[in-house]
Design a protein. Structure first.
Length: 184
């Protein structure tokens, strides 16, 4: 009997046309342009957006508290906050009577008092230690708003706001002040 030879006889088949599969090469991504674009976008948004201005109040502390300072009594305005939150004012030193003041009227009163005296007026704020902190903040806010209104009025009158000197102090409440406020 005869055998049939198929021509392969134990050899492996080669691909048609002799094309070999290419070897896989590692993938590398250059990150430099990506980082450049990210920083450009970051700087663009930083410059394009408006930042919130911090709500700060500049407080100047005198260098030496031992030196007495003479102040004309007519140039002094004292605003006092009692422990129950009621607000009072006194023009001048202890010789003038203490008058009640509604908290919502602090702004208009401060504008009127400053308009009368101009840069000569010194405003002092005395707060009872038992008063709520929120009451102190409300009075300070009203005084700050009053200062803004005064600056606007001075600009309308042609007075430069840079020439306006704000004189303001937070002073400790004395036992005499407490006694006078308790009587009211």
């Amino acid at each position: 009997m005869g055998s049939v030879d198929l021509g392969g006889g134990g050899r492996s088949h080669k691909k048609a046309g002799g094309v070999k599969k290419p070897k896989r090469i590692g993938f590398a991504l250059d990150m430099t342009p990506l980082v450049d674009v990210a920083f450009l976008l970051l700087t663009f948004f930083m410059f394009a957006t408006t930042m919130a201005q911090p709500q700060i109040m500049e407080i100047s502390v005198p260098p030496n508290l031992e030196v007495p300072i003479d102040v004309a009594e007519s140039n002094l305005l004292t605003i006092m906050v009692r422990g129950d939150g009621r607000v009072f004012y006194q023009r001048g030193a202890g010789t003038n009577p203490i008058q009640p003041l509604k908290p919502e009227e602090v702004r208009t009163f401060a504008v009127q008092a400053n308009a009368e005296k101009g840069n000569a007026l010194i405003t002092t704020l005395k707060v009872d230690p038992t008063a709520k902190y929120s009451q102190l903040v409300k009075v300070l806010d009203e005084l700050n708003i009053a200062e803004g209104e005064l600056t606007t009025k001075y600009k309308q009158q042609g007075i430069e706001s840079g020439k306006r000197e704000r004189k303001f102090a937070i002073v400790a409440m004395t036992p005499d002040d407490k006694a006078a406020l308790t009587a009211l």
